[in-house]
Design a protein around this ligand. Structure first.
Ligand SMILES: Nc1ncnc2c1ncn2[C@@H]1O[C@H](COP(=O)(O)OP(=O)(O)OP(=O)(O)O)[C@@H](O)[C@H]1O
Length: 267
């Protein structure tokens, strides 16, 4: 049986130290350092091309960093594969949801459970999947083929599949994309419930009301680097962030990136 690593509230679930990644001559991520603490919801924001998705790919193991180190629950995971990171407690949900369309919703989540933990048996996996379908609001759709779901239900399924791997930290890449404001509210409530279940969350988001309502702390990226870090209020009143991302006159509480959609989110 795998040794379980306990993390105190003050300890980092994830720690990135000086992560960099280049594509040819382009420095997509440069010397990025930050931590995600136990029970925390951290947002990563920044203009298009700032390096946010590349950073997530470095964290989840899609890319290996050119320099820097990554620790997960105190363990060095810099060279670990995606599967090893998943088994160590890192879950990821994608912007573009790709369920196994012909399988049922319940089967999709069961696959996540089987993949997430070595030694997981089918009955256990099915049971875990059922409880996750209940907590993500999909229980009524358990036996439907996944391709019949709406976009919001797809996103719920993506989160349920990621949670089925029993992560300590969930990475979310623009999961609100394409949702109407009322649906985004439901997604915000879902992410809050994920945190209440003891899972830390790191999410990339362009919709500032969502960032305001969800994030304990915000990391702002620009041109591959961390430009600012702090609470929502701190970063949205930082003149550098205002100039590079938010536009000239952000109204705190409703400020949003110049180029992105609006949507008041109150959950
Ligand atoms: N596989 C790749 N090969 C070459 N260049 C890449 C690759 N992936 C990303 N880039 C480049 O790296 C930079 C950072 O891209 P990235 O997608 O990480 O930014 P982002 O902040 O997620 O942007 P967006 O908000 O538009 O999704 C961009 O200039 C992008 O064109």
């Amino acid at each position: 049986m795998e040794a379980k690593v306990e993390v105190s509230d003050h300890q980092a679930v994830l720690r990135a130290d000086g992560l960099s990644k280049s594509f040819g001559g382009l420095k997509a991520v440069q010397d990025v350092s930050f931590s995600v603490h136990a029970g925390e919801i951290l947002a990563v924001i920044g203009p298009n091309g700032a390096g946010k998705t590349t950073l997530l790919n470095l964290l989840s193991g899609v890319y290996r960093p050119s320099t820097g180190r990554l620790h997960l629950l105190g363990r060095d995971m810099t060279r670990a594969t995606m599967e090893e990171r998943c088994h160590a407690g890192l879950g990821r949900a994608f912007q573009i949801v790709r369920p196994f369309g012909e399988m049922t919703v319940h089967e999709n989540v069961t696959v996540g459970a089987l993949f997430g933990k070595p030694g997981m048996r089918l009955p256990q996996a099915r049971e875990l999947a059922q409880s996750l379908l209940e907590s993500t609001g999909l229980a009524a759709h358990a036996d439907r083929p996944a391709h019949e779901l709406t976009l919001l239900q797809d996103k719920r399924l993506e989160v349920a599949r990621a949670l089925a791997t029993q992560p300590r930290l969930l990475l979310l890449d623009e999961v609100m994309a394409g949702l109407r404001p009322a649906e985004a509210q439901e997604a915000v409530a879902l992410i809050r419930s994920v945190r209440r279940s003891g899972v830390s969350v790191l999410f990339i988001e362009h919709i500032m009301p969502v960032v305001r309502d969800l994030a304990d702390r915000v990391v702002v990226m620009d041109q591959g680097q961390v430009m600012a870090e702090g609470t929502y209020r701190e970063v949205t009143t930082n003149p550098l962030v205002v100039a590079a991302y938010l536009g000239t006159e952000p109204e705190l509480g409703s400020g949003q990136p110049q180029s992105e959609q609006t949507g008041q989110v109150r959950a």
